[in-house]
Write a protein that binds this ligand. Structure first.
Ligand SMILES: Nc1ncnc2c1ncn2[C@@H]1O[C@H](COP(=O)(O)OP(=O)(O)O)[C@@H](O)[C@H]1O
Ligand SMILES: [Mg+2]
Length: 368
């Protein structure tokens, strides 16, 4: 039995939420193709990969997407190609890599392990991003990592992290960045509950400036969220993690819309995949969600699991930021609402416009 469009969408949804990895999805496609199960949901349960409840949730979203006639061009290969195994690599990492020594792990994300390290000669402290070992098996991941390095190297802006060097040592692919002394916006929100409207607007404006620059250079970040925005001790905001960035005019490695990450910040068009192309406005959306969370302490779309969240991003209207924080200036709440509009054409036209709206708000607040 050939794999149906619904089955592919099932794989797509399971993949972007990280619930099934590439090999598992491939295995389920094979089960359906051989007629051992009538569809992916049945196959996933039969193989013990998803509980009945989870399979049903994924199936609901897949059929909603199918009914809306979107994501038609998602091929099984594209789905499998984007699947990522969970970052559970337990192998030890070395104490030195290339010219860097004294590696100390400081963070671990889905697509990289971040170490603090020193240059052997001059002792300069850097942040090393290392491709997790389980990804080294996959040529596409290595290619994607190379692309990430290329992308950031080409960008030079005060609000974007700078790359110092890159290399390969044995099975380890890495790049060195300026070490950012400070905290991510995620940690800041976590510690303080929420930020003042003025400060949050300033940080968001800085992120918008960096992203506007990236957009002008043909780069869409596609993974804007609080953990990818670093606030340095000197107050400067730096955008990190161009691991899912999309560069116009070069072949797309992570098929449009397919990405693993927390769905809470993904735009509807990123979840839908297919026809509704991800654009600069997708970054505007994610930055809007980030600002919403910064001033309210809550994400606009929460749920018991990834699927609840995905469904809400696609179909629910969240409370306005001002409904959650009555002290918020109406102007800022409206700016957030516009940035977060579900339809791309209802958002700001480009990042610069979003930055200007924030700047206007900041100036009026400062002189009030
Ligand atoms: N240059 C840096 N200096 C200091 N810490 C960093 C730097 N880059 C990233 N980090 C920390 O590491 C975390 C993960 O980095 P990131 O590039 O987002 O990896 P991933 O692609 O796995 O999400 C960030 O949220 C931040 O806390
Ligand atoms: Mg990250």
């Amino acid at each position: 039995m050939p794999v149906s469009r619904y089955d592919r969408l099932f794989g797509h949804v399971a993949s972007i939420t990280g619930l099934l990895n590439a090999a598992q999805i491939e295995q389920l496609f094979a089960v359906v193709e051989m007629g051992e199960a009538r569809d992916m949901a049945t196959a996933a349960q039969r193989k013990g990969l998803l509980s009945g409840d989870l399979a049903a949730s994924v199936a609901i979203i897949a059929s909603e997407l199918a009914a809306r006639r979107i994501a038609e061009d998602i091929s099984p290969r594209a789905v499998v190609g984007s699947g990522r195994s969970p970052a559970t690599d337990a192998r030890l990492y070395p104490k030195s890599l290339g010219d860097y020594r004294n590696l100390k792990q400081i963070a671990r994300g889905a697509m990289g392990i971040i170490f603090r390290a020193e240059h052997v000669k001059d002792g300069r402290v850097v942040a090393l991003k290392v491709l997790p070992l389980h990804m080294v098996q996959d040529q596409r991941e290595i290619e994607r990592f190379r692309r990430e390095i290329e992308t950031v190297t080409a960008l030079d802006h005060p609000n974007i992290v700078k790359i110092i060097a890159f290399g390969q040592d044995d099975d380890f692919y890495y790049y060195a960045m300026e070490f950012l002394e400070g905290r991510s916006l995620r940690e800041l929100i976590h510690d303080r509950g929420h930020l003042s409207p003025f400060y949050a607007a300033e940080l968001t404006r800085d992120a918008a400036r960096g992203l506007a620059y990236a957009h002008a250079h043909g780069v869409i970040h596609r993974d804007v969220k609080p953990s990818n925005l670093m606030i340095c001790k000197d107050g400067v905001l730096k955008i990190v993690d161009f691991g899912l960035a999309f560069k116009k005019q070069s072949p797309n490695l992570t098929a449009t819309g397919l990405s693993l990450g927390t769905p809470a910040y993904m735009s509807p068009e990123q979840i839908e995949g297919g026809r509704n192309e991800v654009s600069e406005r997708s970054d505007i959306y994610s930055l809007g969600v980030t600002l919403y969370e910064a001033v309210t302490g809550r994400r606009p779309f929460e749920g018991d699991n990834h699927y609840d969240v995905l469904k809400r991003v696609l179909f629910d209207q969240p409370p306005s930021a001002i409904d959650l924080n009555a002290g918020l200036p109406r102007e800022l709440s409206e700016i957030i609402g516009r940035a977060m509009a579900k339809a791309q054409q209802d958002r700001y036209g480009h990042m610069e416009e979003f930055a200007k709206a924030l700047e206007g708000f900041i100036e009026r607040e400062a002189s009030a």
